[in-house]
Design a protein around this ligand. Structure first.
Ligand SMILES: Cc1ncc(COP(=O)(O)O)c(C=O)c1O
Length: 402
């Protein structure tokens, strides 16, 4: 029998989703999953926000299911831009932003990468080390060559600010840079406000293009407005930015795939042209984005009461994570760990870049049934009052002799 696909080898497992597969296959009652970046409540259960449930009730049975336009829900996009550019942004007022609804944050990044390739075919993308692993896949599949820049400093487990600034200076003028707006994944290390200002100035001097991936707005500080500070600093300095936004984490709409890609332009005419080209890219890929998640978001954000409830619920999620950071550090210190665990509480957002070596992670998994990626990234969203003692003890055991 002839086969069309004889030359097809199995694809390598996704480093993050593979962890969940292994976790599900483990029958141990003690098993813990701190691999995937999805929020869990203190009982380890997935959460649907109350504002989302209420929006669903209001939507249910009321609307048709016609296609959205290629650029998605206008109302959802309008509300989304207010979160990133600011409620009273002059750029929104002057219609200088080309924006379309995207298939969550991943889709926004991919659409931008394709747009970059189409209109700057010889450009490259500068990506931080480390970054969310999918960034590499996204720009690779869009056929944009990648360069990396220094970001994380393994010894201090903080920001390699000097290395970062050097790389910005040394990149060819007019380079594209991918920046995490807040709650950097996987390190949980963000520049301070002052450092963002310096980065922005240097970008200006070099004529670089800042593309912000903002997958965790609200998850760093608990306040979406505060978490947009990096972007606002760049806007104040007159940069024309690109932004990928996602409601996966901050509204818990993971599987709804709702997000937004925006590109700030010089004027309204340019914004219309850019938007039309983004739509042209979307048309043969997925035609138009899904309607339900966008309706949930626009229902919540356009109703002052529901928006207030959302802000409260985002803060509850962020605060629970911050609380778990403190508790994990305290547990390790109480156990008499000779190592410093200060970075657990210095880092912010969903992840703790623990500094565990791949072999130590392997031991956590094989001896303690604790699942995480081999780079030592712990999703703090998976840590609960119920598993924190077990987790801390296991980390202590595997790091004792280090
Ligand atoms: C840095 C970063 N960007 C983008 C995403 C995209 O997520 P989604 O496509 O679910 O919005 C994630 C999710 O883990 C992320 O961590």
């Amino acid at each position: 029998m002839s086969s069309w696909w004889r030359s097809v080898d199995p694809a390598p497992k996704d480093p993050i989703l593979g962890v969940t597969e292994a976790f599900l296959a483990d029958s141990s009652p003690n098993k813990v999953n701190v691999g995937v970046g999805a929020y869990r409540d203190d009982n380890g259960k997935p959460v649907v926000l109350e504002c989302v449930r209420e929006a669903e009730r209001r939507i249910a049975g009321n609307l048709n299911m016609e296609y959205l336009p290629m650029g998605g829900s206008v109302k959802m996009v309008e509300e989304t831009l207010k979160l990133s550019y600011g409620e009273k942004s002059e750029f929104i007022r002057d219609k200088r932003i080309a924006a379309v609804q995207s298939l969550s944050g991943t889709g926004a990044c991919r659409l931008f990468a394709d747009f970059q390739k189409r209109f700057h075919p010889d450009s490259q993308i500068h990506i931080p080390v480390p970054t969310w692993a999918n960034h590499h896949n996204i720009w690779r599949d869009a056929q944009v060559p990648q360069r990396t820049f220094h970001y994380y400093h393994p010894e201090s487990r903080g920001l390699d600010f000097a290395g970062l600034m050097d790389d910005i200076k040394n990149a060819p003028n007019g380079s594209f840079f991918l920046l995490h707006a807040c709650a950097h994944n996987p390190t949980g290390v963000d520049p301070s406000e002052e450092q963002w200002r310096e980065i922005s100035h240097q970008f200006k001097a070099k004529g670089h293009f800042p593309f912000f991936d903002m997958a965790y707005q609200g998850f760093a500080s608990g306040d979406p407005e505060r978490d947009a500070k990096s972007i606002r600093i760049f806007l104040e300095d007159g940069h024309l930015v690109g932004i990928a936004q996602s409601y996966a984490k901050n509204m818990g709409l993971y599987g709804q795939r709702v997000g937004c890609l925006s590109v700030l332009c010089e004027d309204e005419k340019q914004a219309m042209a850019v938007k039309s080209q983004l739509q042209l890219l979307a048309r043969p890929m997925y035609s138009n984005p899904p309607v339900h998640g966008a309706l949930i978001v626009s229902t919540i954000l356009s109703d002052p009461g529901l928006k207030k409830l959302w802000l409260k619920e985002v803060k509850v999620m962020a605060d629970r994570i911050i609380g778990m950071r403190t508790a994990l550090r305290e547990n390790l210190e109480k156990m008499g760990s000779p190592l410093s665990w200060e970075h657990i509480t210095n880092q912010i957002g969903m992840f703790c870049y623990s500094g565990l070596a791949p072999e130590q992670v392997d031991r956590l998994t094989s001896e303690f049934h604790i699942y995480l990626t081999r780079n030592g990234r712990i999703s703090m969203a998976g840590v609960t009052t119920g598993n924190i003692g077990y987790l801390a003890n296991a980390i202590h055991e595997v790091t004792k002799s280090a």
